[in-house]
Write a protein of this length. Structure first.
Length: 429
């Protein structure tokens, strides 16, 4: 037991004994004991009252002197309150520094609660989104950013990493929005200005489209002259083979120009209307016939359609998707291999798959094969007649139909390309 408590108990015991002795002298032993006990009780109540008043006042202005239990108690309370005060000061300083650092971020940050209501935001978010302190705090973010793509992303953030939208502040600014978990039942909306990248991408797309248009006319003239020379019976025999090679390269260049024009149109990123019904069975059958008409193709090209559901979208773009995937599979599958085109529907949506038993793709190349002009083996691809744009066209065409491309492959084991369409792109009509 601490010394102060031992000494206090000894004093209280001595006081009670003394009170009993005095009461005994006067023949009132009980009264003497009760008087001392009552005095000690009043003293304790008085100190409790002072403690409650001092705590209610927010600070202890005086620490009682003397012996006993109460002065150490008061001193301990004063020490704890001082320590808490110093800790609170450090915490407020830390919060102030954190706020200053978030205000210095070039990217915007908006804290949302479980109902998508704005809890707080930094200066960059205020400028990018045109937010007002009193008016917009507590508002649902979808009431301020009413873009369909953003609302879909807000309701299903796991389906994509980020979404790009025009800035609500106006002008030609574009913003990249990304949601990440932040605290219990909260989300942090990160906003980055990608206007420069979008502008450069638009310039590049316009340049490619314009250059492709300009190449069309001279290519048509060159191909016309080459066809005339090839059909001329008086043309020297020694020149026929070079002319044939030039014709092949001109055709390849023409196909490249057409692919560039198509890709430039698809890169607009706008979703295709759901007003047109596309017969999946027809486009799959057509792609199979095109593959079988090629001079070289695998011995088996099969079709597996397990659903009568069709798609809503643009038929020419979906036909291009299937044709490119099938042509890609045929190009890299040997004559004794197999290519299978399948269409299935489940609770998640529609799934159009092209599976082959070809040479496959290495794991490090899978994430890049949909880039324009990317080649896992340039020489091999050129020999097989590829332009390097087929899978890029597939990716952008699917994006316009709110669909995703999944690639499963390994070297020497073949490849499977699966197009996942959402349920709202399906129809039984």
């Amino acid at each position: 037991m601490p010394k102060v408590w031992s000494w206090t108990l000894f004093r209280y015991g001595a006081a009670i004994v003394a009170g009993g002795c005095v009461g005994l002298l006067y023949g009132r032993l009980t009264l003497g004991l009760l008087s001392v006990a009552l005095g000690l009780l009043v003293w304790q109540l008085y100190n409790l009252y002072r403690l409650e008043r001092w705590l209610a006042a927010g600070q202890i202005t005086e620490i009682p002197d003397g012996n006993g239990v109460w002065p150490p108690v008061f001193a301990k309370i004063q020490f704890i309150k001082g320590k808490a005060k110093r800790r609170g000061k450090r915490f407020r300083k830390l919060v102030k520094e954190l706020r200053a650092s978030t205000e210095a971020f070039p990217d915007g940050g908006v804290i949302l609660n479980g109902h998508h209501e704005i809890v707080n935001y930094n200066q960059a978010a205020r400028v990018m989104l045109g937010l007002k302190n009193r008016r917009d705090r507590g508002q649902r973010i979808e009431n301020l950013l009413r873009y369909p793509d953003f609302v879909d992303y807000l309701n299903s953030p796991a389906e994509r990493q980020a979404v790009e939208i025009p800035s609500p502040a106006g002008g030609e600014s574009w913003l990249s929005c990304r949601l990440i978990p932040y605290g219990p039942d909260q989300m942090l909306l990160l906003i980055r200005d990608v206007s420069q990248r979008v502008k450069i991408e638009r310039i590049r797309r316009d340049f490619v489209a314009n250059a492709s248009h300009e190449l069309r006319s001279p290519l048509t003239v060159i191909m016309g002259y080459l066809d005339t020379l090839a059909d001329d019976e008086l043309f020297p025999e020694s020149w026929k083979e070079p002319v044939n090679v030039m014709q092949e390269q001109a055709v390849r260049m023409s196909r490249l120009v057409e692919d560039l024009l198509q890709l430039s149109g698809l890169e607009s990123g706008q979703s295709v209307s759901k007003g047109n019904v596309v017969d999946v069975g027809n486009i799959v059958t057509s792609a199979r016939k095109e593959a079988l008409a090629l001079p070289e193709h695998p011995g088996s090209i099969g079709v597996e359609i397990t659903s009568t559901a069709n798609l809503l979208g643009e038929e020419s773009e979906l036909q291009s998707v299937v044709s490119n995937l099938v042509a890609n599979a045929v190009r890299y599958t040997p004559a004794d291999g197999e290519v299978t085109i399948s269409w299935t529907v489940d609770a998640d949506g529609g799934h159009l798959a092209v599976q082959d038993t070809g040479i496959g793709i290495s794991e490090e190349d899978i994430s890049r094969v949909t880039e324009r002009f990317y080649r896992t083996d340039g020489g091999r691809t050129r020999q097989r007649g590829g332009t390097g744009l087929g899978l890029a066209i597939v990716k952008h065409a699917l994006r316009r139909h709110d669909a995703d491309l999944e690639i499963r492959s390994s070297l020497g084991q073949g490849s499977t390309f699966v197009c996942h369409f959402p349920r709202d792109r399906l129809t039984l009509s």
